[in-house]
Design a protein around this ligand. Sequence first.
Ligand code: ADP
Ligand code: MG
Length: 347
Amino acid sequence: MQRRAALFLLACIPFFTACAIIPISHPSQASVSKLPSSPVTLKRAQFLMGTLVELTAVAPSDAIAQASLTAGFQEIRRLENMLSTWIETSELSRVNQAAGLEPVGVSAETFELLRRALEAAEYTEGGFNIAIGPAVQLWNIPEAPRIPSAMELEIAAQYVDYRRIHLDQTRRTVFLEKPGMRIDIGGIGKGFAAEKAAAVMREIGATGGLVAVAGDFRVFGRRADGTAWPIGIQHPRKPGKILAMLDAIDEAISTSGDYERYFMKDGVRYHHILDPETLQPARLCRSVTIIAPDATTADALATGVFVMGPVRGMALVERLGLGAVIVDAQGMVIVSARLRDRVKLAP
Ligand code: ADP
Ligand code: MG
């Protein structure tokens, strides 16, 4: 998770409009309730997890819609405090601080997140790797546009083996085997939070909703008029332009791309998704959108498939029965089998 400078708050609106997935034709900030019996739609935004979080709730009454938004934000804030490696007292920070020293007891949720992350690492043959922390710190994109030396990367390579993250289910502990190891959940944490927030909103009584944590989206139920949630996928090279559209119901949509957090040097693009094999920015895709039943899977796989590239990545998506829209390094758009009837590509 990324803590951006406070000043960034001022820039968060343009950031969001450029973000990977764009919900289309949201109702406005105000309640749109007309008839006494018609559902109410409310939408609110807050700056959390270093990014703009936008929640939309559809509920039988204004009070329920309000309560569900409040609870959704509270849930994301709670998870941020538990998981953010930018917060020194978070459970994950304590795990990182104890690298090479001792196992650290964690909550059931942190344990679940890490278990899911390691599962994603297996699926993606190491493309998705939360042990990537030391390399992420070296590149520090986009804050420090500097290319680490070969020597620096060689040293970091000794600390990025996810198989050295040990989860003990019985004791519910996490142990990083080597001092210097560092877990980074930037590629899965926002999806995990979106999933949990949607569940809480539903519990409070929202019949439909949309949770948008930057490029990680979770929708549930339907919009007030009974229709699905229209979602636009951002074009990776045309800021603010939509590449494709699809209607979503009870599923998650996550995009990972090379076009938001990056810098250019000598005509080469250096972005924030690293190939764990080389510790260089992954080069086979421009963007990967994954559609999955839950947001944790969608987020982790978007990052992991980005690293795997269109051929191996799409084969994995098909094997898992998920959906994907991949823009490869040449700009070609590839749509997975089950999405071909659902995705409308922009002309
Ligand atoms: P975003 O955070 O911009 O939504 P992603 O979900 O693709 O995009 O996550 C990218 C972040 O994940 C990086 O900023 C970094 O913190 C972390 N990361 C980078 N490379 C990998 C990787 N190969 N596997 C897992 N996480 C990664
Ligand atoms: Mg991700």
